[in-house]
Design a protein. Structure first.
Length: 133
């Protein structure tokens, strides 16, 4: 009897956030809905009012978006991003916007792979890509 075919090793997603400098976290507008704000406040043991003041602001026509910090690669990035390790520091409590992004394929990651192949540099970071929609 033939050996059973091994399960496919192909990753479900077509991108690898661990090899990415965190482009999506540099978007100027990361919306934080009411439930997200409550979850983040709880994560830090703060009241909603305290969290509102410390972490969020009203801007770009939104009631509540993330405050940002300076970043060497993208100029600015979400305040909850670890700029040295290039990862989210509140992953279990992150907003729904971050949870649902980007689906099965990430446009930035596709672009990054292409650029890295062109530059023959696995660590190359492009800051010039603009998502097209
Ligand atoms: S830009 Fe894409 S690959 Fe990079 S961290 Fe965000 S979702 Fe992951
Ligand atoms: S909360 Fe986390 S995943 Fe969302 S933008 Fe900020 S650092 Fe990125």
């Amino acid at each position: 009897m033939p050996a059973k075919k091994p399960a496919s090793k192909k990753p479900r997603n077509q991108y690898d956030c661990l090899k990415c400098p965190g482009y999506c976290c540099s978007y100027p507008v990361i919306e934080v809905k009411d439930r997200d704000a409550q979850r983040i406040a709880k994560h830090f043991g703060l009241t909603l009012a305290q969290a509102e003041k410390k972490y969020f602001k009203a801007a770009h026509g939104y009631k509540r978006i993330m405050r940002r910090q300076t970043d060497e690669h993208f100029g600015k990035i979400c305040q909850f991003f670890d700029t040295a390790l290039r990862r989210c520091t509140i992953y279990p409590a992150r907003p729904s916007t971050c949870r649902s992004f980007p689906g099965t394929r990430c446009g930035y990651y596709d672009f990054l792979k292409f650029e890295r192949a062109g530059q023959e540099d696995e660590d190359y970071i492009s800051t010039t890509w603009h998502h097209g929609n």
